[in-house]
Ligand binder design. Structure first.
Ligand SMILES: NC(=O)C1=CN([C@@H]2O[C@H](COP(=O)(O)OP(=O)(O)OC[C@H]3O[C@@H](n4cnc5c(N)ncnc54)[C@H](OP(=O)(O)O)[C@@H]3O)[C@@H](O)[C@H]2O)C=CC1
Ligand SMILES: O=C(O)[C@@H]1CCC=N1
Length: 272
């Protein structure tokens, strides 16, 4: 990765997180370029990361080893078709767009080596996790380049089946939003139980942080950690029983199913 040149098409939230991670990992500013139609976006990314930015996608990809497609799924077809004449066969295309298949991208781009992946927003703090899938055209060196790109902002996990990216999107791509929803709901419940809002928020946030640290660093699983909090006939048991009587696990399964279904549906709707 030390000499790899990377071009980002789209310089929004996820691209900025990835660029920040790469710069923190020691990539030179000159190795990274980005293009975006927004003048303010370009100025912000340039100022924050010292990289060159372009309004023209074709200019950004000139000389790049890796081209990262970081635009909204709805913009992918037009972006791919527009850059097709400028791409060289050896350039690796890495897509982070939700619900856009490699087959669709190959239709729009031609027979380009493609890695499709699904990162998440904690990438901003280099605490992200990504699932990655490579097409058959991707060389071992390009696989390594994609691995290093995504592991600059967290953990990178390879998948053997592209379809599994729908599940990755449901679990970790969208996942931060579920934890934020739980934080919102616990804070609101704490307030209803009589706590000042700032105290309820601090209690909830530090509990989320502490629990996540424990779950990551402990040598026992989450079920055992939960058991250790749950005293027989105590307060936790009362809460867990209430969650489960109201179908908590089924609710989570249904919600993640809806996200995975939407990912597959987007592939159908946007992939033509
Ligand atoms: N946000 C998340 O949690 C995650 C997002 N993703 C995926 O990452 C991708 C980007 O998402 P995110 O960063 O949140 O979105 P953003 O909207 O923040 O970033 C996309 C950027 O692309 C720009 N853009 C639009 N059209 C073009 C074009 N033709 N050429 C170049 N740039 C263009 C947009 O400009 P403008 O705003 O002016 O249109 C915008 O600045 C999406 O495909 C999403 O599915 C993946 C994992 C997690
Ligand atoms: O909501 C979305 O579609 C994107 C993909 C995963 C997170 N955000």
């Amino acid at each position: 990765m030390s000499k790899t040149r990377i071009a980002f098409i789209g310089a929004g939230n996820m691209a900025a997180s990835l660029i920040g991670g790469l710069r923190a990992k020691g990539l030179e500013a000159a190795q990274i370029r980005a293009s975006d139609p927004g003048e303010e976006t370009r100025a912000r990314v340039s100022a924050e990361h010292g990289i060159e930015t372009f309004a023209d996608n074709a200019q950004a990809i000139e000389g790049a080893d890796v081209v990262v497609l970081a635009v909204k799924p709805q913009a992918m077809k037009a972006v791919c078709e527009a850059i097709r004449p400028s791409l060289k066969p050896h350039q690796l295309v890495v897509s982070i767009a939700a619900g856009i298949t490699c087959a669709s991208m190959n239709n729009w781009l031609g027979a380009q080596p493609i890695v499709r992946c699904m990162p998440n927003t904690p990438a901003l703090l280099r605490q992200g996790v990504s699932g990655l899938f490579a097409t058959a055209q991707v060389t071992a060196e390009q696989r390594q380049q994609a691995q290093e790109l995504l592991s600059a902002v967290g953990i990178a996990l390879w998948l053997n089946e592209e379809q599994q990216l729908d599940a990755v999107t449901a679990v970790s791509g969208s996942g931060p939003a579920y934890f934020f929803l739980l934080i919102e709901a616990m804070t609101a419940a704490g307030v209803k139980l009589g706590l000042p809002a700032d105290i309820a928020a601090q209690l909830t946030l530090q509990t989320a942080l502490g629990a996540a640290h424990m779950a990551v660093s402990s040598d026992v699983d989450a079920a055992e950690l939960r058991r250790r909090v749950t005293s027989p006939a105590g307060t936790t048991e009362a809460a867990i029983k209430s969650f489960q009587a109201n179908g908590f696990e089924a609710l989570v399964e249904k919600a993640l199913g809806a996200a995975a279904h939407r990912s597959a549906e987007m592939a159908e709707q946007l992939g033509q």
